[in-house]
Ligand binder design. Sequence first.
Ligand code: SF4
Ligand code: SF4
Ligand code: SF4
Ligand code: SF4
Length: 313
Amino acid sequence: MEAIRIESLSSDLKYAVNAFFESGTLGCYTCNTCTVECPVNRNVGRLDPRKVVRMTAFGMKEELLESVDIWLCMQCRKCSNVCPQKVEPAPAIYFFRNLALKENRVTGEFTRFIDQTERYIQEARKQAYTLALGAWRGGKAFSVEEVIKKAFVAAAGNERNAERSTSTLKVEHLVSDGLKETGFTQCLTCRECTVSCIVSRSIGSFDPVKIMRTYYLGQEDKILASPDLWLCISCETCSEVCKQGVRGSALINRLKNLAIEREIMPSGIMGELAELDRALHEIRAEVIYRAWENRKETRFFDLSSEVEKITGS
Ligand code: SF4
Ligand code: SF4
Ligand code: SF4
Ligand code: SF4
């Protein structure tokens, strides 16, 4: 981690952020759990939620608002979910983004571009996972580079159409204790988890409730073979927000393990998908760096052609 260089101090900032979120950046004891768990930090080595928290506590408003790092955040909330001190780095970052816009540090175009990038990368991720899982199940080898290129071509042409469920009622499930412990049978289908899920926000067809309900309705084979399981990034936000105590993230992780145990998916799948994720995160970060250079422009460059330049497709 780069050293924090304090050049500006805003004495009211830490109070504003802490009051806003009712949770203390001052309570951070710098354990680093949030940073280790942050998917962006893990994949591209940039964005350090612990550092954001400390900079907030120091009142370093200028440095935070002039840093591209707050725009690299996916707002998945993993950092907030894992913090033993109940500090909330994710909403603090959100606060700074809004402040940056309010103070004209970035344009509205820039913020829309960031949102568009998030959706585009997640859609490409879905396409990449579908291609990779199809290749594995067909026993074919593939290269990460090729899959990524094809995934972006597919993502560019894809409309965000939410899939209509074709489930037929088939209540013949045999639920093991390990799965029951996740409390998924208590689900009231309120969809609070869906609206809070970072992946659902970008991929209309991905829905933690749909995964739970598909399993609950006895369509086990269908859900164990679905790419949807693997799109979940285990951020645990669905579990945190559920008033019914359902641990959606734990259920999905157990279903992933079941798919491997039953050899529906190969045992090395986690590592292979992590390679795809790393490649996608690098492309995402590069797009955001380029956009950051243009953050005060009112006209923006074309996202898919920037991705084409980066991937060389
Ligand atoms: S997990 Fe919490 S206490 Fe630990 S460094 Fe992050 S914000 Fe601080
Ligand atoms: S919200 Fe997610 S991406 Fe953003 S800092 Fe926290 S863990 Fe990292
Ligand atoms: S938040 Fe809980 S009760 Fe609501 S849909 Fe999700 S799992 Fe079900
Ligand atoms: S379904 Fe997965 S990605 Fe979505 S909120 Fe739950 S753990 Fe996070």
